[in-house]
Write a protein that binds this ligand. Structure first.
Ligand code: SF4
Length: 389
């Protein structure tokens, strides 16, 4: 039976670790790249083929990291050929045996060349996601990025020349020393490049990052809360005024260019994660692959399972997760889907929370959906707390 599902592929290599990053990605591990791609291809041949057999072809494929675009040309080509063979993706960009497929690869603007982008496109990749973060060179340096603002602009030109008509760019606001004027410059520069999709995040200080250490030593000078709030207001009014509708707390798109892969995470769609540290959500169970690159490679070589079951979620946790994830989207919680999945109406479980949040102006009902208001998106945490059972 054909079913909607997605594939995530993790490439854990980066040229340099950005100071704010706590993703499972590593600098200085190039020696593992070739063995890693071998292992990934083997995992794909077994797990990918298994789920393709069960559910048909995936609707979306997303290759993230890390920095997929630092893989050497030959290794990326080998990986893409395997993907095409296992999932039946044709060379005509974006076709999955006649079905449109969303196939995204994350790229660092400092690590791409025209021939590389052309090769991605020729192997069916039809969406690129560039980690731009800011166009200000001094800020880029301050956060540990390897590219420049000019390279980000050039990356967009190269993407268009290679044939990509669906490009996403990421921005971060609230960076050390950033001002309103700098954010406005970033937003203006970004829309002058006309990406189809923009993801924008407030800087978070994550444990174990270089920034967290600097903060503990009093060496990190971040904009204060009021300034960050003003930046949030600037970006949430600026982007819709320039044709980008907000379809999720941190994501904006031109009409029809919402990321189908990301939407599936928020809409309870299953996905298979391949590669070290990749997460999967299959038949109601969440899994995480072995994180350490060398152990992942060894595990695959010796035929051992590298996928660990996360603790089975209780019914209450599953309901909370369902609500939290759906509430991130502009569409919100689908009441019919909730009732079908849990056999009980949403109001029966969350009636008091819904009433309270509506009174506070954080939430609103719209036919079969309940969703956060603009005010609710800004103060999402207060709303999410009410959904804890
Ligand atoms: S390039 Fe991306 S994944 Fe790699 S360290 Fe920087 S933020 Fe993290």
């Amino acid at each position: 039976m054909e079913k909607q599902w997605g594939v995530y592929i993790h490439i854990p290599f980066c040229r340099q670790k950005c100071f704010y990053c706590d993703f499972p990605s590593f600098a200085g591990r190039e020696r593992y790249e070739s063995d890693y791609i071998d292992a990934l291809c083997r995992e794909m041949a077994v797990q990918g083929a298994l789920y393709r057999g069960k559910w048909g072809r995936p609707a979306t494929v997303y290759m993230g990291g890390g920095t997929p675009s630092i893989l050497p040309f030959e290794l990326m080509e080998k990986l893409l050929q395997k993907l095409q063979a296992v999932f039946g993706i044709s060379e005509k960009s974006g076709q999955n045996h006649g079905k449109p497929l969303e196939f995204t690869v994350e790229c660092n603007p400092g690590t791409i060349a025209p021939a590389y982008l052309k090769m991605l496109h020729e192997h069916g990749v039809n969406r690129l996601s560039f980690g731009v973060q800011t166009f200000d060179d001094a800020l880029l340096k301050r956060i540990g990025r390897i590219h420049t603002g000019a390279q980000a602009g050039e990356a967009m030109n190269l993407a268009r020349e290679a044939g990509f008509q669906n490009v996403s760019m990421d921005l971060i606001y609230g960076l050390p020393g950033e001002t309103q004027a700098m954010l406005l410059y970033d937003l203006e520069t970004m829309i002058s490049l006309q990406p189809e999709h923009i993801s924008i995040y407030g800087l978070q200080l994550e444990e174990g990052t270089a920034f967290a250490k600097m903060q503990a030593m009093g060496k990190l000078h971040l904009p204060d809360e009021d300034a960050v709030e003003k930046m949030y207001d600037t970006m949430t009014s600026f982007l819709p005024q320039h044709g980008y509708a907000r379809y999720e707390i941190s994501n904006f798109a031109k009409p029809g260019f919402e990321s189908r892969h990301n939407l599936s995470y928020w809409q309870d769609v299953p996905y298979l994660g391949l590669g070290a540290a990749a997460h999967s959500y299959l038949e109601g169970q969440r899994y995480e692959n072995e994180k350490e690159i060398s152990l992942y490679i060894e595990g695959i070589r010796s035929g051992k399972s590298v996928r660990h079951e996360e603790e089975p979620a209780t019914r209450a946790i599953t309901m909370e997760e369902f609500a939290f994830l759906a509430l991130r989207t502009a569409q919100g919680i689908d009441k019919r889907h909730f009732a079908e999945k849990f056999g009980v109406p949403l109001e029966k479980i969350y009636g008091d929370a819904l009433k309270k949040l509506e009174r506070q102006g954080l939430l609103t009902e719209d036919g079969d959906f309940v969703h956060l208001t603009e005010f609710g998106m800004k103060y999402g945490n207060a709303a999410f707390e009410e959904f804890l059972l």
